[in-house]
Design a protein around this ligand. Structure first.
Ligand code: BMA
Length: 347
């Protein structure tokens, strides 16, 4: 009998979770989490893992596997370390990489958090092999994080999703650049909701966007502050293919949240934080690789078609909340919410 009480399950946890932890590392580390992910040309899954040492500083380390689940070959030493002499914004480490393969550049662009005295900012590095990297330095100054590049230009420009922190909250923005160095045309894409919502006050891009024939599918995280601490959960949205600052659909409910013990217990409990996604050869099956409780790495599997169907059932351009609610807390309450790039229903 169908269970009418159950919510849709869009992501299935892998039975062997957590798939990677500090115990697997070939050198001493405290935790491994929040990996970027990609499939290399030969089908190998590469995770660029955030590795935290006992100083509390993070570096990135590559792990490769033929099936993306086990048999990981982990670099014997850190793959990408902070270079705080030339890049002082990396003084306290490099964190949370998101990987995008850009055919035009024939290279992977890694967007990562550079953590320095001024706070976390967004930096870019290019690589062809995850052995040598060419740094572009900081492209978004602190406070800003949760960034990923789109794999192709949109209307002639590269496009970067990112999450600056403002007095009004932490909202997802998009910026455009002709050369990956000069960024402008900043547009608000997805504001945090307010009040009791699961994604009130703080949202951020999780893995890079997935291009579908209906638009860019976004898996994003919402952070709910509770008396027991923060709860990191995932939601879905769909952005216009040629105008990605336009949100076509935003789901009302979260679709994945910390439940398993390895997600609820760890250095930072109640965190499921994916920075990486891979799409299988069938063009539909996705694997999200996520940091669990800022301690280890887990894997869950979903379907693009099911996520789009779910958005059709549970999404709206305004995300199912009133336009007046979309106004950031400190904005004057006079006129409509022209600043938000939500497409009116039916437009
Ligand atoms: C976010 C990021 C993530 C981290 C999460 C939970 O702000 O810093 O790296 O996983 O908090 O601690």
């Amino acid at each position: 009998m169908p269970d009418h009480q159950a919510y849709d399950v869009l992501f299935e946890r892998h039975a062997r979770n957590p798939i990677l932890s500090a115990a697997n590392w070939p050198y001493p580390v405290h935790t491994v989490f929040n990996p970027g992910a990609t499939r290399l040309a030969d089908g190998t899954t590469l995770l660029l893992c955030r590795v935290e040492d006992r100083r509390g500083h993070s570096h990135l380390c590559a792990a490769r596997s033929a099936n993306g689940v086990d048999g990981w070959s982990i670099d014997p030493a850190p793959t990408f370390c902070a270079d705080h002499e030339r890049y002082p914004e990396e003084l306290w480490g490099v964190e949370d990489p998101r990987i995008t393969f850009v055919p035009e550049l024939d290279a992977y662009v890694v967007a990562y958090t550079a953590f320095g005295r001024a706070g976390p900012g967004v930096a870019l590095a290019l690589t062809k092999d995850f052995r040598e990297f060419r740094r572009y330095g900081l492209v978004m100054q602190p406070d800003d994080k949760d960034a990923a590049l789109l794999p192709r230009r949109v209307n002639g420009n590269f496009a970067l999703l990112h999450r600056p922190l403002a007095d009004s909250g932490a909202h997802i923005w998009i910026s455009y650049s002709p050369d990956l160095r000069n960024w402008g045309s900043h547009k608000l894409v997805l504001p945090a909701r307010r009040g009791a919502w699961w994604d009130a006050n703080k949202v951020g891009l999780s893995p890079p966007l997935i291009e579908t024939d209906r638009g860019w599918l976004m898996i994003y995280h919402g952070v709910r502050q509770t008396a027991g601490g923060a709860l990191y959960r995932l939601g879905l949205a769909l952005l216009d293919r040629e105008q990605p600052e336009v949100c076509l659909l935003r789901g009302d409910m979260w679709v994945f949240g910390p439940e398993a013990r390895y997600e609820t217990h760890g250095d930072v409990g109640n965190v499921a934080f994916p920075c990486g996604v891979t799409v299988a050869d069938d063009g539909d099956t996705v694997r999200i690789y996520y940091g669990a409780a800022d301690t280890c790495i887990a894997l869950a599997t979903g379907s693009i078609r099911q996520m789009l169907d779910w958005l059709d059932q549970h999404g709206a351009a305004s995300g199912g909340y009133e336009r007046a609610e979309a106004r950031p807390p400190k904005e004057p309450t006079v006129h409509g919410v022209g600043a938000f790039a939500v497409r009116p229903p039916g437009a």
